[in-house]
Ligand binder design. Structure first.
Ligand SMILES: NC(=O)c1ccc[n+]([C@@H]2O[C@H](COP(=O)([O-])OP(=O)(O)OC[C@H]3O[C@@H](n4cnc5c(N)ncnc54)[C@H](OP(=O)(O)O)[C@@H]3O)[C@@H](O)[C@H]2O)c1
Length: 435
Protein backbone atom coordinates (compact mmCIF):
# COMPACT_ATOMS: atom_id res chain seq x y z
CA UNK A 1 0.00 0.00 0.00
CA UNK A 2 1.25 3.49 -0.85
CA UNK A 3 1.21 5.19 2.53
CA UNK A 4 2.17 8.72 3.37
CA UNK A 5 2.24 9.58 7.06
CA UNK A 6 -0.71 11.90 6.92
CA UNK A 7 -2.39 10.64 3.76
CA UNK A 8 -1.68 11.25 0.09
CA UNK A 9 -1.25 14.75 -1.29
CA UNK A 10 -2.84 15.36 -4.66
CA UNK A 11 -2.28 18.19 -7.14
CA UNK A 12 -4.56 18.76 -10.13
CA UNK A 13 -3.39 20.46 -13.34
CA UNK A 14 -6.33 21.65 -15.44
CA UNK A 15 -9.67 22.61 -13.88
CA UNK A 16 -12.01 22.29 -16.84
CA UNK A 17 -14.87 19.82 -17.31
CA UNK A 18 -12.98 16.90 -15.77
CA UNK A 19 -10.36 18.48 -13.50
CA UNK A 20 -12.82 20.67 -11.61
CA UNK A 21 -15.20 17.71 -11.11
CA UNK A 22 -12.33 15.61 -9.70
CA UNK A 23 -11.49 18.49 -7.35
CA UNK A 24 -15.12 18.84 -6.21
CA UNK A 25 -15.38 15.09 -5.57
CA UNK A 26 -12.14 15.07 -3.55
CA UNK A 27 -13.37 18.01 -1.46
CA UNK A 28 -17.05 17.13 -1.06
CA UNK A 29 -16.58 13.38 -0.53
CA UNK A 30 -13.30 13.52 1.38
CA UNK A 31 -14.45 11.17 4.18
CA UNK A 32 -15.91 8.51 1.90
CA UNK A 33 -12.97 8.54 -0.52
CA UNK A 34 -10.43 8.61 2.32
CA UNK A 35 -12.09 5.56 3.78
CA UNK A 36 -11.97 3.72 0.42
CA UNK A 37 -8.32 4.75 0.05
CA UNK A 38 -7.40 3.66 3.55
CA UNK A 39 -5.96 7.11 4.16
CA UNK A 40 -6.98 10.71 3.52
CA UNK A 41 -6.58 12.15 0.01
CA UNK A 42 -5.67 15.83 0.39
CA UNK A 43 -6.07 18.21 -2.54
CA UNK A 44 -3.10 20.49 -1.86
CA UNK A 45 -2.47 22.29 -5.17
CA UNK A 46 -4.17 23.15 -8.46
CA UNK A 47 -3.26 24.84 -11.72
CA UNK A 48 -5.23 26.32 -14.62
CA UNK A 49 -4.92 29.41 -16.81
CA UNK A 50 -7.55 31.65 -15.27
CA UNK A 51 -7.26 32.02 -11.53
CA UNK A 52 -10.40 34.11 -11.24
CA UNK A 53 -12.78 31.57 -12.85
CA UNK A 54 -15.42 30.01 -10.60
CA UNK A 55 -14.67 26.26 -10.47
CA UNK A 56 -17.47 25.34 -8.06
CA UNK A 57 -15.17 24.91 -5.06
CA UNK A 58 -13.19 27.19 -2.77
CA UNK A 59 -9.50 27.64 -3.38
CA UNK A 60 -8.90 28.41 0.33
CA UNK A 61 -6.14 26.18 1.71
CA UNK A 62 -5.26 24.95 -1.80
CA UNK A 63 -2.11 26.32 -3.44
CA UNK A 64 -2.55 27.90 -6.87
CA UNK A 65 0.10 27.50 -9.58
CA UNK A 66 0.12 29.51 -12.78
CA UNK A 67 2.79 27.10 -14.01
CA UNK A 68 1.42 23.55 -13.81
CA UNK A 69 4.87 22.01 -14.22
CA UNK A 70 6.02 23.69 -10.99
CA UNK A 71 3.78 21.23 -9.13
CA UNK A 72 6.02 18.38 -10.30
CA UNK A 73 8.93 20.03 -8.48
CA UNK A 74 7.18 20.13 -5.11
CA UNK A 75 8.39 17.64 -2.50
CA UNK A 76 5.08 17.75 -0.69
CA UNK A 77 2.97 16.32 -3.55
CA UNK A 78 2.54 12.55 -4.00
CA UNK A 79 0.16 12.34 -6.98
CA UNK A 80 -0.22 14.64 -9.98
CA UNK A 81 -3.57 14.53 -11.78
CA UNK A 82 -3.16 15.94 -15.32
CA UNK A 83 -6.41 17.23 -16.83
CA UNK A 84 -5.04 19.79 -19.31
CA UNK A 85 -5.01 17.68 -22.48
CA UNK A 86 -2.90 17.71 -25.65
CA UNK A 87 -0.26 15.18 -26.63
CA UNK A 88 2.60 17.65 -26.24
CA UNK A 89 3.17 20.94 -24.38
CA UNK A 90 2.57 21.43 -20.66
CA UNK A 91 0.78 18.08 -20.20
CA UNK A 92 3.76 16.10 -21.52
CA UNK A 93 6.31 18.21 -19.66
CA UNK A 94 4.31 17.74 -16.47
CA UNK A 95 4.16 13.96 -17.03
CA UNK A 96 7.90 13.71 -17.66
CA UNK A 97 8.91 15.79 -14.66
CA UNK A 98 6.37 14.22 -12.31
CA UNK A 99 7.38 10.65 -13.13
CA UNK A 100 11.10 11.49 -13.17
CA UNK A 101 10.74 12.77 -9.61
CA UNK A 102 8.91 9.61 -8.53
CA UNK A 103 5.42 11.09 -8.31
CA UNK A 104 2.43 9.00 -9.27
CA UNK A 105 0.71 10.36 -12.36
CA UNK A 106 -2.99 10.10 -13.26
CA UNK A 107 -4.26 11.37 -16.59
CA UNK A 108 -7.30 11.33 -18.89
CA UNK A 109 -5.10 12.36 -21.80
CA UNK A 110 -5.48 9.66 -24.49
CA UNK A 111 -3.54 11.68 -27.06
CA UNK A 112 -0.46 11.85 -24.84
CA UNK A 113 -0.63 8.17 -23.85
CA UNK A 114 -1.16 7.06 -27.47
CA UNK A 115 1.88 9.07 -28.62
CA UNK A 116 4.22 8.89 -25.62
CA UNK A 117 2.95 5.94 -23.57
CA UNK A 118 6.12 3.83 -23.86
CA UNK A 119 8.43 6.66 -22.81
CA UNK A 120 6.22 7.53 -19.84
CA UNK A 121 5.82 3.87 -18.82
CA UNK A 122 9.62 3.52 -18.81
CA UNK A 123 9.98 6.62 -16.64
CA UNK A 124 7.40 5.11 -14.29
CA UNK A 125 9.37 1.89 -13.92
CA UNK A 126 12.71 3.67 -13.53
CA UNK A 127 11.37 5.88 -10.74
CA UNK A 128 9.08 3.49 -8.90
CA UNK A 129 5.96 5.50 -9.64
CA UNK A 130 2.55 4.68 -11.17
CA UNK A 131 1.13 5.87 -14.48
CA UNK A 132 -2.68 5.56 -14.53
CA UNK A 133 -5.00 6.45 -17.40
CA UNK A 134 -8.34 4.70 -16.90
CA UNK A 135 -10.11 7.95 -17.82
CA UNK A 136 -8.32 8.11 -21.18
CA UNK A 137 -10.42 5.29 -22.69
CA UNK A 138 -14.23 5.25 -22.85
CA UNK A 139 -14.76 7.64 -19.91
CA UNK A 140 -16.72 5.89 -17.18
CA UNK A 141 -16.31 2.37 -18.60
CA UNK A 142 -13.45 0.63 -16.77
CA UNK A 143 -11.97 -0.61 -20.06
CA UNK A 144 -8.29 -0.33 -19.08
CA UNK A 145 -8.86 -2.09 -15.78
CA UNK A 146 -10.98 -4.79 -17.44
CA UNK A 147 -8.12 -5.68 -19.79
CA UNK A 148 -5.23 -5.12 -17.41
CA UNK A 149 -6.77 -6.88 -14.41
CA UNK A 150 -10.16 -8.50 -14.87
CA UNK A 151 -9.26 -10.34 -18.09
CA UNK A 152 -5.50 -10.55 -17.43
CA UNK A 153 -5.56 -14.37 -17.50
CA UNK A 154 -7.07 -14.54 -20.97
CA UNK A 155 -5.59 -14.69 -24.43
CA UNK A 156 -7.36 -11.74 -26.05
CA UNK A 157 -8.40 -12.35 -29.65
CA UNK A 158 -10.22 -9.10 -30.34
CA UNK A 159 -11.21 -5.81 -28.76
CA UNK A 160 -13.93 -3.86 -30.56
CA UNK A 161 -15.54 -0.67 -29.41
CA UNK A 162 -17.63 2.39 -29.94
CA UNK A 163 -15.14 4.81 -28.46
CA UNK A 164 -16.36 8.27 -29.39
CA UNK A 165 -19.70 9.53 -28.05
CA UNK A 166 -19.78 12.52 -30.41
CA UNK A 167 -19.61 10.29 -33.49
CA UNK A 168 -22.10 7.83 -32.05
CA UNK A 169 -24.50 10.67 -31.28
CA UNK A 170 -24.16 12.09 -34.80
CA UNK A 171 -24.66 8.71 -36.48
CA UNK A 172 -27.63 7.79 -34.23
CA UNK A 173 -29.26 11.16 -34.86
CA UNK A 174 -28.70 11.00 -38.62
CA UNK A 175 -30.38 7.60 -38.63
CA UNK A 176 -33.40 8.67 -36.56
CA UNK A 177 -34.01 12.10 -38.13
CA UNK A 178 -32.83 11.53 -41.70
CA UNK A 179 -30.87 14.79 -41.43
CA UNK A 180 -27.48 15.29 -43.13
CA UNK A 181 -24.07 15.18 -41.46
CA UNK A 182 -23.49 18.96 -41.43
CA UNK A 183 -26.87 19.77 -39.84
CA UNK A 184 -26.54 17.09 -37.17
CA UNK A 185 -22.96 18.19 -36.41
CA UNK A 186 -24.15 21.80 -36.01
CA UNK A 187 -26.88 20.62 -33.60
CA UNK A 188 -24.38 18.52 -31.67
CA UNK A 189 -22.17 21.61 -31.33
CA UNK A 190 -25.10 23.67 -30.03
CA UNK A 191 -25.93 20.95 -27.49
CA UNK A 192 -22.32 20.68 -26.31
CA UNK A 193 -21.84 17.12 -27.66
CA UNK A 194 -19.29 18.25 -30.24
CA UNK A 195 -16.38 20.69 -30.08
CA UNK A 196 -16.36 23.90 -32.14
CA UNK A 197 -13.37 22.32 -33.93
CA UNK A 198 -14.80 18.81 -34.44
CA UNK A 199 -12.14 17.14 -36.56
CA UNK A 200 -10.49 15.17 -33.72
CA UNK A 201 -13.82 13.50 -33.11
CA UNK A 202 -15.44 13.16 -36.56
CA UNK A 203 -12.22 12.16 -38.32
CA UNK A 204 -11.78 9.27 -35.89
CA UNK A 205 -8.57 10.55 -34.29
CA UNK A 206 -9.83 10.70 -30.70
CA UNK A 207 -11.27 7.19 -30.96
CA UNK A 208 -8.03 5.97 -32.58
CA UNK A 209 -6.04 7.29 -29.60
CA UNK A 210 -8.21 5.12 -27.36
CA UNK A 211 -7.91 2.11 -29.66
CA UNK A 212 -4.11 2.50 -29.63
CA UNK A 213 -4.16 2.21 -25.84
CA UNK A 214 -6.53 -0.77 -25.78
CA UNK A 215 -4.47 -2.63 -28.42
CA UNK A 216 -1.29 -2.01 -26.42
CA UNK A 217 -2.71 -3.55 -23.26
CA UNK A 218 -4.63 -6.34 -24.99
CA UNK A 219 -1.68 -7.60 -27.04
CA UNK A 220 1.32 -6.51 -24.96
CA UNK A 221 2.61 -4.08 -27.56
CA UNK A 222 4.01 -0.58 -27.35
CA UNK A 223 1.31 2.02 -27.91
CA UNK A 224 1.89 3.26 -31.46
CA UNK A 225 -0.65 5.70 -32.83
CA UNK A 226 1.02 5.61 -36.26
CA UNK A 227 0.26 1.90 -36.54
CA UNK A 228 -3.52 2.46 -36.52
CA UNK A 229 -5.59 2.84 -39.68
CA UNK A 230 -8.16 5.62 -39.28
CA UNK A 231 -11.32 6.54 -41.12
CA UNK A 232 -13.91 8.95 -39.72
CA UNK A 233 -17.60 9.53 -40.34
CA UNK A 234 -17.61 12.57 -42.66
CA UNK A 235 -18.38 10.57 -45.83
CA UNK A 236 -21.57 9.03 -44.47
CA UNK A 237 -24.69 10.43 -46.09
CA UNK A 238 -28.33 10.22 -45.05
CA UNK A 239 -29.01 7.88 -48.01
CA UNK A 240 -26.62 5.34 -46.48
CA UNK A 241 -28.89 5.06 -43.43
CA UNK A 242 -31.90 4.29 -45.58
CA UNK A 243 -29.98 1.56 -47.43
CA UNK A 244 -28.45 0.25 -44.20
CA UNK A 245 -31.90 -0.13 -42.71
CA UNK A 246 -33.16 -1.92 -45.80
CA UNK A 247 -30.20 -4.30 -45.68
CA UNK A 248 -30.55 -4.98 -41.92
CA UNK A 249 -27.53 -2.98 -40.77
CA UNK A 250 -26.74 0.03 -38.56
CA UNK A 251 -23.86 2.42 -39.26
CA UNK A 252 -21.33 2.85 -36.46
CA UNK A 253 -17.78 4.10 -36.01
CA UNK A 254 -16.09 1.02 -34.56
CA UNK A 255 -12.50 0.43 -33.54
CA UNK A 256 -11.24 -3.13 -33.93
CA UNK A 257 -7.93 -4.47 -32.63
CA UNK A 258 -6.76 -8.03 -33.24
CA UNK A 259 -3.39 -9.64 -32.49
CA UNK A 260 -0.77 -9.13 -35.21
CA UNK A 261 -3.03 -6.89 -37.29
CA UNK A 262 -3.18 -3.15 -37.69
CA UNK A 263 -5.89 -1.77 -35.36
CA UNK A 264 -8.63 -0.19 -37.47
CA UNK A 265 -10.94 2.70 -36.70
CA UNK A 266 -13.62 2.48 -39.32
CA UNK A 267 -17.14 3.54 -40.15
CA UNK A 268 -18.87 0.26 -40.74
CA UNK A 269 -22.15 -1.62 -41.04
CA UNK A 270 -23.20 -3.76 -38.10
CA UNK A 271 -26.02 -6.32 -38.17
CA UNK A 272 -29.06 -4.66 -36.50
CA UNK A 273 -29.35 -7.31 -33.80
CA UNK A 274 -25.68 -7.20 -32.82
CA UNK A 275 -24.64 -5.94 -29.40
CA UNK A 276 -22.73 -2.88 -30.56
CA UNK A 277 -25.50 -1.86 -32.98
CA UNK A 278 -27.79 -1.37 -29.98
CA UNK A 279 -25.46 1.17 -28.35
CA UNK A 280 -26.86 4.53 -29.43
CA UNK A 281 -26.49 8.22 -28.66
CA UNK A 282 -23.50 9.43 -26.67
CA UNK A 283 -22.89 6.02 -25.07
CA UNK A 284 -19.64 4.13 -25.54
CA UNK A 285 -19.18 0.35 -25.53
CA UNK A 286 -16.24 -2.02 -25.55
CA UNK A 287 -16.43 -5.71 -26.48
CA UNK A 288 -13.64 -7.97 -25.31
CA UNK A 289 -13.18 -11.40 -26.87
CA UNK A 290 -10.77 -13.83 -25.25
CA UNK A 291 -10.07 -17.35 -24.20
CA UNK A 292 -11.21 -18.84 -21.91
CA UNK A 293 -13.71 -16.08 -21.08
CA UNK A 294 -15.55 -15.78 -24.42
CA UNK A 295 -17.18 -12.41 -25.04
CA UNK A 296 -17.60 -9.58 -22.52
CA UNK A 297 -19.47 -6.34 -23.27
CA UNK A 298 -19.19 -3.12 -21.26
CA UNK A 299 -21.48 -0.17 -22.03
CA UNK A 300 -21.55 3.24 -20.38
CA UNK A 301 -21.02 6.97 -20.57
CA UNK A 302 -17.84 7.76 -22.48
CA UNK A 303 -17.46 11.42 -21.61
CA UNK A 304 -18.51 14.23 -19.30
CA UNK A 305 -17.27 15.36 -15.92
CA UNK A 306 -19.10 12.70 -13.91
CA UNK A 307 -18.11 9.66 -15.98
CA UNK A 308 -14.52 10.75 -16.50
CA UNK A 309 -13.94 11.79 -12.90
CA UNK A 310 -15.25 8.38 -11.82
CA UNK A 311 -12.34 6.79 -13.71
CA UNK A 312 -9.84 9.29 -12.27
CA UNK A 313 -11.03 8.60 -8.72
CA UNK A 314 -10.66 4.86 -9.28
CA UNK A 315 -7.05 5.44 -10.38
CA UNK A 316 -6.40 7.51 -7.25
CA UNK A 317 -7.81 4.74 -5.06
CA UNK A 318 -5.70 2.14 -6.88
CA UNK A 319 -2.57 4.16 -6.17
CA UNK A 320 -3.55 4.67 -2.55
CA UNK A 321 -4.18 0.96 -2.03
CA UNK A 322 -1.13 -0.22 -4.00
CA UNK A 323 -3.04 -1.64 -6.97
CA UNK A 324 -1.00 0.35 -9.51
CA UNK A 325 0.82 -2.29 -11.56
CA UNK A 326 2.51 -1.89 -14.95
CA UNK A 327 1.01 0.84 -17.13
CA UNK A 328 0.36 -1.51 -20.08
CA UNK A 329 0.05 -4.70 -18.08
CA UNK A 330 3.72 -5.77 -18.37
CA UNK A 331 7.17 -4.19 -18.08
CA UNK A 332 7.82 -1.84 -20.97
CA UNK A 333 10.85 -3.92 -22.10
CA UNK A 334 8.51 -6.86 -22.68
CA UNK A 335 6.12 -4.90 -24.91
CA UNK A 336 6.52 -5.77 -28.59
CA UNK A 337 7.03 -3.21 -31.34
CA UNK A 338 3.63 -2.51 -32.94
CA UNK A 339 5.19 -1.06 -36.09
CA UNK A 340 5.55 -4.63 -37.42
CA UNK A 341 1.80 -4.69 -38.12
CA UNK A 342 1.79 -1.35 -39.94
CA UNK A 343 1.04 -2.72 -43.39
CA UNK A 344 -1.36 -5.46 -42.39
CA UNK A 345 -4.73 -4.68 -43.99
CA UNK A 346 -6.68 -7.04 -41.77
CA UNK A 347 -8.79 -9.99 -42.77
CA UNK A 348 -10.95 -10.04 -45.91
CA UNK A 349 -14.26 -8.25 -45.42
CA UNK A 350 -17.68 -7.99 -46.93
CA UNK A 351 -18.34 -4.41 -48.07
CA UNK A 352 -21.23 -2.03 -48.51
CA UNK A 353 -20.47 0.18 -51.52
CA UNK A 354 -22.42 3.23 -52.68
CA UNK A 355 -21.69 4.81 -56.05
CA UNK A 356 -23.34 8.01 -57.27
CA UNK A 357 -23.80 7.27 -60.96
CA UNK A 358 -25.54 8.81 -63.94
CA UNK A 359 -28.71 6.82 -64.58
CA UNK A 360 -28.15 5.68 -68.16
CA UNK A 361 -28.06 2.37 -70.06
CA UNK A 362 -24.90 0.31 -69.56
CA UNK A 363 -23.95 1.69 -66.12
CA UNK A 364 -24.47 -1.60 -64.36
CA UNK A 365 -22.45 -3.49 -66.97
CA UNK A 366 -19.54 -1.01 -66.66
CA UNK A 367 -19.47 -1.28 -62.86
CA UNK A 368 -19.83 -5.05 -62.78
CA UNK A 369 -17.02 -5.39 -65.33
CA UNK A 370 -14.66 -3.75 -62.84
CA UNK A 371 -15.92 -6.02 -60.06
CA UNK A 372 -15.41 -9.09 -62.25
CA UNK A 373 -11.92 -7.98 -63.24
CA UNK A 374 -10.98 -7.85 -59.55
CA UNK A 375 -12.79 -11.09 -58.76
CA UNK A 376 -15.17 -9.34 -56.35
CA UNK A 377 -18.37 -11.26 -55.79
CA UNK A 378 -21.56 -9.20 -55.29
CA UNK A 379 -24.11 -10.36 -52.74
CA UNK A 380 -26.87 -7.79 -53.36
CA UNK A 381 -27.46 -4.81 -55.59
CA UNK A 382 -29.93 -1.98 -54.99
CA UNK A 383 -30.96 0.89 -57.19
CA UNK A 384 -34.17 2.62 -56.27
CA UNK A 385 -36.41 4.27 -58.85
CA UNK A 386 -35.36 5.43 -62.29
CA UNK A 387 -34.27 8.96 -63.14
CA UNK A 388 -32.75 8.80 -66.62
CA UNK A 389 -29.89 11.26 -66.96
CA UNK A 390 -29.87 12.13 -63.25
CA UNK A 391 -27.29 11.10 -60.68
CA UNK A 392 -28.62 8.25 -58.51
CA UNK A 393 -27.24 5.95 -55.85
CA UNK A 394 -26.15 2.48 -56.90
CA UNK A 395 -25.65 0.35 -53.80
CA UNK A 396 -24.17 -3.10 -53.52
CA UNK A 397 -22.92 -5.45 -50.86
CA UNK A 398 -20.08 -7.83 -51.60
CA UNK A 399 -18.90 -11.16 -50.29
CA UNK A 400 -15.62 -11.20 -48.37
CA UNK A 401 -12.95 -9.40 -50.33
CA UNK A 402 -9.32 -8.52 -49.55
CA UNK A 403 -9.18 -4.85 -48.50
CA UNK A 404 -6.42 -4.04 -51.01
CA UNK A 405 -8.47 -5.51 -53.87
CA UNK A 406 -11.54 -3.50 -52.89
CA UNK A 407 -9.42 -0.35 -52.68
CA UNK A 408 -8.09 -0.89 -56.21
CA UNK A 409 -11.58 -1.53 -57.60
CA UNK A 410 -12.97 1.59 -55.89
CA UNK A 411 -10.13 3.69 -57.33
CA UNK A 412 -10.97 2.41 -60.80
CA UNK A 413 -14.69 3.07 -60.34
CA UNK A 414 -13.96 6.61 -59.20
CA UNK A 415 -12.26 7.28 -62.54
CA UNK A 416 -15.34 6.29 -64.57
CA UNK A 417 -17.06 9.29 -66.24
CA UNK A 418 -20.46 7.96 -65.09
CA UNK A 419 -19.36 7.99 -61.42
CA UNK A 420 -19.98 11.50 -60.11
CA UNK A 421 -18.63 11.37 -56.53
CA UNK A 422 -16.00 9.52 -54.56
CA UNK A 423 -17.38 6.01 -53.91
CA UNK A 424 -18.37 5.33 -50.30
CA UNK A 425 -17.37 1.93 -48.97
CA UNK A 426 -17.92 0.54 -45.48
CA UNK A 427 -16.88 -2.88 -44.20
CA UNK A 428 -19.71 -5.07 -42.95
CA UNK A 429 -18.51 -6.47 -39.65
CA UNK A 430 -18.87 -10.24 -39.60
CA UNK A 431 -21.44 -11.93 -37.40
CA UNK A 432 -18.71 -13.59 -35.33
CA UNK A 433 -17.73 -10.10 -34.13
CA UNK A 434 -20.66 -10.55 -31.82
CA UNK A 435 -20.12 -14.12 -30.67
N1 LIG B 1 -14.39 16.30 -21.21
C1 LIG B 1 -14.54 14.97 -21.26
O1 LIG B 1 -15.67 14.46 -21.26
C2 LIG B 1 -13.34 14.07 -21.32
C3 LIG B 1 -13.54 12.68 -21.38
C4 LIG B 1 -12.42 11.83 -21.38
C5 LIG B 1 -11.16 12.38 -21.36
N2 LIG B 1 -11.00 13.73 -21.35
C6 LIG B 1 -9.64 14.26 -21.32
O2 LIG B 1 -9.48 14.98 -20.12
C7 LIG B 1 -8.56 16.05 -20.31
C8 LIG B 1 -9.23 17.36 -19.90
O3 LIG B 1 -10.39 17.53 -20.68
P1 LIG B 1 -11.49 18.64 -20.31
O4 LIG B 1 -12.67 18.35 -21.16
O5 LIG B 1 -11.65 18.74 -18.83
O6 LIG B 1 -10.77 19.95 -20.87
P2 LIG B 1 -11.17 21.48 -20.63
O7 LIG B 1 -12.55 21.59 -20.08
O8 LIG B 1 -10.84 22.19 -21.88
O9 LIG B 1 -10.16 21.93 -19.48
C9 LIG B 1 -8.80 22.10 -19.70
C10 LIG B 1 -8.22 22.77 -18.47
O10 LIG B 1 -6.82 22.90 -18.66
C11 LIG B 1 -6.44 24.20 -18.26
N3 LIG B 1 -5.19 24.55 -18.95
C12 LIG B 1 -4.99 24.76 -20.26
N4 LIG B 1 -3.70 25.06 -20.49
C13 LIG B 1 -3.09 25.00 -19.29
C14 LIG B 1 -1.77 25.20 -18.86
N5 LIG B 1 -0.79 25.51 -19.71
N6 LIG B 1 -1.49 25.08 -17.54
C15 LIG B 1 -2.45 24.77 -16.65
N7 LIG B 1 -3.73 24.56 -17.01
C16 LIG B 1 -4.03 24.68 -18.31
C17 LIG B 1 -7.59 25.11 -18.59
O11 LIG B 1 -7.54 26.27 -17.80
P3 LIG B 1 -8.68 27.42 -17.82
O12 LIG B 1 -9.93 26.75 -17.30
O13 LIG B 1 -8.19 28.47 -16.91
O14 LIG B 1 -8.81 27.84 -19.25
C18 LIG B 1 -8.76 24.18 -18.22
O15 LIG B 1 -9.09 24.32 -16.86
C19 LIG B 1 -8.15 15.97 -21.79
O16 LIG B 1 -6.99 15.20 -21.91
C20 LIG B 1 -9.32 15.23 -22.43
O17 LIG B 1 -8.96 14.54 -23.60
C21 LIG B 1 -12.06 14.59 -21.31
Amino acid sequence: MTKAKSGLRVAIAGLGVVGSEVARQLINRAGELGSAAGQPLHLVAVSARDRSADRGFLLDNIDWHDDAVAMARRDDVDIIVEMIGGSEGPALELARQSLASGKHFVTANKAMIAHHGSELARLTEDNNASLMFEAAVAGGIPAVKTLREGLAGNRISRVAGILNGTCNYILSTMEVTGAGFDDVLADAQRLGYAEAEPSFDVDGIDAAHKLTILAAIAFGQQPDFNAVSIQGIRDVSSVDFAYANQLGFRIKLVGVAEPGLMPRMQTCMLPLDSQLAKVNGVLNAVEFHGSPVGSVLAVGPGAGGGATSSAVLSDLLDIATGRGGFAFGKPVDQLTDASGVKNGAGPDKAFYVRLMVVDQPGVLATVTAILQKHDISVESLLQQGRAPGDVVALVMTTHETPVAVMTRALNEMEQLPIVKAKPVAMPILPVDMES
